[in-house]
Design a protein around this ligand. Structure first.
Ligand SMILES: [Zn+2]
Length: 454
């Protein structure tokens, strides 16, 4: 049993002072409010809030952050960025993937994310062949999660085609591909690796309607009737046009009409929807995984956040390309996109009409928890002990109280995370991951080799 005493905390029933939390293994077993610290309790000043969920990550892309910021000879777009990504990942070994993922996950913890949904599609060897263990690279993701201590929902991706309606894959996609039988083997092995990590979950990720045809999607949903289902949808205009040409429907419309969307589903991006799609998606019970920093980086577009929220839609946030890992900045960018488009302030306060920071924090936490089937999501008895402590001496946070603390963290502050507990263990102290030095050293060795091309 471990006891932690916090001076201030955001519990599921609101802000409280003098909170004594008892941990039993990974979980919170008791909470006493207005309690003095017990003799054995560790006293933690600062502000305790629930760890956020990062609903969408491709960890390996952390290695190419900042490498695609020079304009090419032709018009630059998502699709030219994707070519850079394909060239880069052609070199990565399973060891490299583990080293890069461990860094990304340590940085996520330092930034206030305590659970990650890894949408994992880099399965095969560089020549396209399977590794002896089809889930070799998934095992490296699990190992990186273990090293870092972050909560994991592994979402092995099914990827079979290079365009809507079953068009053939491109050479740059050979590391992603499998057929349905191959995916069954991959998922069975992934499940064994996930079972070795306390509290980790397994879902499936049909990559997109470009990579999965309609009969395959039906088969996957029948074969795997439980657990999270994540899919990329409507990130780019060209993708919407391609889907329409193939099916006569836009991607989100097609999924609404054909895939039986419900609370298992998490649609990533959805930056291009009609008003009708927005309202129908909100009613479906699915969650939208928004990645505002990556969507800004790639020039994807701006999500119809206000309309979706007014229609009662669920959303979560993710770091996707990992070009920048910061929970508060992800939420800030989400709100700022709405402001820039609508030329208004405080857009995503919803019906609460109160703190924007608190509203989007609560929404992203609830949406992410459900989309990842996570056992965390609140500082509450029975939940996984995933607690982020904000530094109340940070100039942006000092002398603030209640929801104003979240507004200050999200809109005004740089890094302000001081301690992080994930799955009941202290993983970040004084703003740095406790294994950060070794993780960063291994990452540096990997990067020097990858970028020297040898
Ligand atoms: Zn993605």
């Amino acid at each position: 049993m471990v006891e932690l005493h916090f001076s201030r905390a955001l519990l599921s029933d609101g802000w409280r002072r003098d909170i004594l939390i008892t941990l039993n293994g990974r979980k919170i077993s008791a909470i006493a409010v207005g309690a003095p610290p017990s003799a054995n309790a560790e006293r933690i000043s600062g502000i305790a809030v629930p760890g956020l969920t990062n609903v969408h990550s491709h960890a390996f892309q952390r290695a190419m952050a900042g490498l695609a910021e020079t304009r090419g000879p032709a018009e630059d777009s998502f699709w030219t960025w994707r070519e850079v990504m394909y060239r880069f990942l052609a070199e990565m070994t399973p060891d490299d993937i583990e080293a890069v993922a461990a860094l990304a996950y340590a940085e996520m913890l330092e930034a206030g994310f305590t659970t990650v949904g890894e949408f994992h599609y880099l399965h095969n060897a560089p020549d396209g062949r399977r590794y002896a263990d089809p889930a070799e690279t998934g095992a490296r993701i699990v190992a990186a999660a273990k090293t870092s201590g972050i909560g994991l929902t592994l979402l092995p991706s099914f990827y079979a085609h290079g365009g809507c309606g079953g068009r053939p894959a491109k050479p740059g996609q050979i590391r992603f591909l499998s057929d349905l039988d191959g995916f069954a083997d991959l998922l069975a092995s992934s499940g064994r690796h996930v079972a070795s990590l306390d509290g980790a979950k397994l879902g499936i990720a049909p990559h997109s309607l470009r990579a999965v045809d309609a009969p395959e999607l039906r088969t996957l949903l029948q074969a795997y009737p439980d657990g999270p289902v994540h899919i990329h949808a409507a990130e780019q205009v060209a993708e919407v046009e391609e889907c329409f040409k193939w099916s006569g429907a836009r991607p989100v419309e097609w999924l609404l009409d054909n895939a039986g969307l419900d609370s298992r589903w998490c649609l990533i991006h959805c930056t291009h929807m009609t008003e009708d799609e927005t309202a129908r998606l909100a009613r479906s019970g699915a969650t939208v995984g928004l990645c505002p920093i990556t969507e800004s980086s790639l020039g994807d577009g701006i999500f119809a956040g206000v309309g979706y929220q007014n229609a009662g839609g669920h959303f979560a946030v993710g770091t996707d390309s990992n070009i920048r890992i910061a929970a508060n900045e992800e939420l800030r960018t989400l709100e700022y996109g709405q402001r820039l488009r609508d030329q208004r302030r405080n857009c995503l306060t919803g019906v609460s009409r109160t703190s924007t920071g608190r509203t989007i924090f609560d929404a992203a936490l609830a949406g992410g928890t459900r989309a990842l089937a996570s056992e965390a999501g609140a500082i509450e008895v029975g939940k996984s002990a995933d607690i982020v402590v904000l530094d109340d001496t940070n100039p942006s946070l000092v002398a603030r109280d209640g929801d104003a603390l979240l507004d200050a963290w999200i809109f005004a502050s740089g890094p302000a995370v001081r301690e992080v507990y994930a799955g009941g263990r202290l993983v970040v102290r004084d703003g740095r991951h406790i294994k950060g030095e070794a993780i960063r050293a291994r990452y540096a060795v990997t990067m020097r080799r990858l970028l020297s091309g040898g």
